[in-house]
Design a protein around this ligand. Structure first.
Ligand code: GLU
Length: 484
C-alpha cells in the first residue's frame, strides 16, 4: 500500500506556522516513503473563506518548496480537491448513513441541548449529547414532510469505546460517553468539518492523517464515520502543539503566526523549513542544521515527540543567519541585487554591481535577515541622511569633529585607496589624535553611511572611493559645526 497523505487548510486565514509545520511533516513523510502528498482546500465555510487566503496558502506552500502531487491547482485523479465543490457527495454519504441507521435526522432544539448539558454538568456527567431526543424514523419522515428543518447527527454506538494507536501518542482511548452524537449535516444541507474531512480522507484513500493535536478529540468521530462508511481508518499521528517561549499556546503575542510574514521579513525558505522541521521532530542526533535531502531521508513519524514544541522567534532568526552565511557568494549576490535595486528604485550600473559584489561577503557574514541588507548597502549607491539615534550617540560627542577632520586630511593624501592603504592611514590618524577606535572610527561610519550600524569601515571607505569619501567627511564636519 503506498502512502497517501494530505493537508487540508481552510482558506479562512493566512497559512499559519502550525499548519506549515503539519504540511512539512506530511511532505517529508510522503517523500521518505515515495508516497503522494495532497493539498486539499477545506472551504465549506463559504462565509469566511476568501480567495486572498487561498492564494496565500498556495503561495506560502510554494515558497517553502512543499510541492504537492495532487490537489488544488495541480489537479489529480479526483475531480476536485475543493470541498465547496463536493457538497453533493457529502449529502449522499449522509443520506446513506441515515438509510443504514448509522445517522439520524435530529430535531433537538438548541434549548433542549442546553438543558441537557446543564443537567449533565450539575450531575457530574459528561455533557456530550447522547441522542436522547432522537425520534423514530417514521416520525422523522413525517416531520420532514411537513417542512420542519433538521440536522443529521451520527448515532454514536453506546455503550462503546474507540481505541486507536496514534503514531505519536501511542494508544488513545475515548469512551463514547465523552463523544456526542455529532452533527454531520447542518439543517441547510452543508456538511460539518467532521463529515467533509472524513469523506475526503476515505474517497482520496488517505493512508496517514498527520495533523495537530488540537484535533485529537475529533479523531474518534472520524474513525466512527470511516467505519460506518465501510472503510478502513487511516493511521493517525497527532503532532505536539506549538507554544511560545512562555509555555502558552502560540499566538500573535509571540511574533508572526502567518507564514508569509516570515518571507516578507527577510527569512529564507530553507531556514524556515529547517526550523519548522525541528519543532517536534528529532533527526536522531544533535544536528540542528539539516538540509532538505537529509530530512527526507531521516524523517520518521515515530521520532516525533509528544511534548509541546517551543516556537522561539529568536532561534529562528539565528538559524536564518546560519542559512544566509551558508549561501554561496554568487547565490547571495543574486538574491541581494534585486533587493538593493528595489530599495533604490533603480537598476545598478555595472560599476555599482562590482562594488556590491565586493561588499556582499562582509554584509553576508553579519546579516540575520535579508531585509537588513539593502538598508545597510544603501550608502554605497545613494546620498545619505543621518540616522537620528546614531547622530546623538556619536556625532554629538566632543571628539567627533576632530576625528572627522583628521581622517579627511590623511585620506586626502592617499593615492592608493585600497582597503589596506585606507586602514593604515586611519590607524595612523588614531595614534596622532590619541583616540581609541570607538571614538575615532564611529564618527567616520556615521559620516560615510549615516548610521553607526554599517559594514566594516575600511572596506566601506575603499568601496566609496576617494571623492565621495572626502565629500561626505566634509559634509559631516559642516553639519557638526552647525549643530554645536
Ligand atoms: N481544515 C482543517 C484545519 O485546517 C483540517 C484538519 C485536518 O487535518 O483534518 O484545521
Amino acid at each position: 500500500m503506498s502512502v497517501r497523505v494530505r493537508i487540508a487548510p481552510s482558506p479562512t486565514g493566512y497559512l499559519h506556522v502550525g499548519t506549515a509545520r503539519a504540511a512539512l511533516y506530511n511532505y517529508l513523510f510522503a517523500r521518505h516513503h515515495n508516497g503522494v502528498f495532497i493539498l486539499r482546500s477545506d472551504d465549506t465555510d463559504t462565509e469566511r473563506s476568501t480567495q486572498e487566503f487561498s492564494d496565500d496558502i498556495v503561495a506560502s506552500m510554494r515558497w517553502l518548496g512543499l510541492e504537492w502531487d495532487e490537489g488544488i491547482i495541480v489537479g489529480g485523479p479526483h475531480e476536485t480537491y475543493r470541498q465547496s465543490e463536493r457538497l453533493g457527495r457529502y449529502q449522499e454519504v449522509a443520506a446513506g448513513l441515515v438509510e443504514a441507521g448509522k445517522a439520524y435526522y435530529s430535531f433537538a432544539t438548541p434549548e433542549q441541548l442546553e438543558t441537557f448539558r446543564n443537567e449533565a454538568r450539575r450531575e457530574g456527567m459528561s455533557p456530550a449529547y447522547d441522542g436522547r431526543y432522537k425520534v423514530s424514523p417514521a416520525e422523522a419522515e413525517e416531520r420532514l414532510r411537513t417542512g420542519e428543518s433538521a440536522t443529521v447527527r451520527f448515532a454514536v454506538p453506546r455503550p462503546g469505546e474507540t481505541v486507536f494507536e496514534d503514531v505519536v501518542r501511542d494508544e488513545v482511548r475515548f469512551d463514547h460517553v465523552q463523544v456526542d452524537d455529532f452533527v454531520i449535516l447542518r439543517s441547510n444541507g452543508t456538511p460539518t468539518y467532521h463529515l467533509a474531512s472524513t469523506v475526503d480522507d476515505v474517497d482520496f484513500e488517505i493512508t496517514h492523517v498527520i495533523r495537530g493535536e488540537d484535533l485529537l478529540s475529533s479523531t474518534p468521530k472520524h474513525i466512527l464515520l470511516t467505519e460506518a462508511m465501510g472503510a478502513e481508518p487511516p493511521t493517525y499521528a497527532h503532532l505536539p502543539l506549538l507554544m511560545g517561549p512562555d509555555g502558552k499556546k502560540l499566538s500573535k503575542r509571540h511574533g508572526h503566526t502567518a507564514l508569509a510574514a516570515y518571507r516578507d521579513a527577510g527569512y529564507l525558505a530553507d531556514a524556515v523549513v529547517n526550523y519548522l522541521a525541528l519543532l517536534g521532530w528529532n533527526p536522531g542526533d544533535d544536528d540542528t542544521v539539516v538540509d532538505r535531502a537529509a530530512m527526507i531521508e531521516r524523517f520518521e513519524l515515530d521520532r516525533v515527540s509528544k511534548n509541546p514544541a517551543i516556537f522561539d522567534a529568536v532561534k529562528l532568526e539565528w538559524m536564518n543567519g546560519v542559512y544566509i552565511r551558508g549561501m554561496n557568494a554568487d547565490a547571495f549576490i543574486a538574491t541581494v541585487t534585486p533587493l538593493v535595486e528595489e530599495d533604490l528604485g533603480r537598476a545598478l550600473t555595472a560599476d555599482e554591481r562590482a562594488v556590491l559584489a565586493e561588499m556582499a561577503p562582509l554584509v553576508q557574514e553579519r546579516a540575520k535577515k535579508l531585509t537588513e541588507i539593502a538598508p545597510q548597502m544603501r550608502f554605497l549607491f545613494a546620498e545619505i541622511s543621518y540616522d537620528e539615534t546614531s547622530w546623538q550617540k556619536v556625532m554629538a560627542k566632543p571628539d567627533a569633529g576632530r576625528a572627522i577632520r583628521s581622517a579627511r586630511e590623511v585620506l586626502a593624501r592617499l593615492d592608493d585607496f585600497s582597503t589596506n592603504s585606507v586602514e593604515h592611514a586611519l590607524r595612523g590618524m588614531l595614534e596622532t589624535e590619541d583616540l581609541n577606535p570607538r571614538k575615532g572610527f564611529q564618527p567616520l561610519r556615521v559620516a560615510l553611511s549615516g548610521s553607526s550600524v554599517s559594514p566594516p569601515l575600511f572596506e566601506s571607505v575603499a568601496a566609496l572611493g576617494k571623492d565621495r569619501t572626502l565629500a561626505r567627511l566634509d559634509a559631516a564636519a559642516v553639519a557638526i559645526d552647525a549643530a554645536s
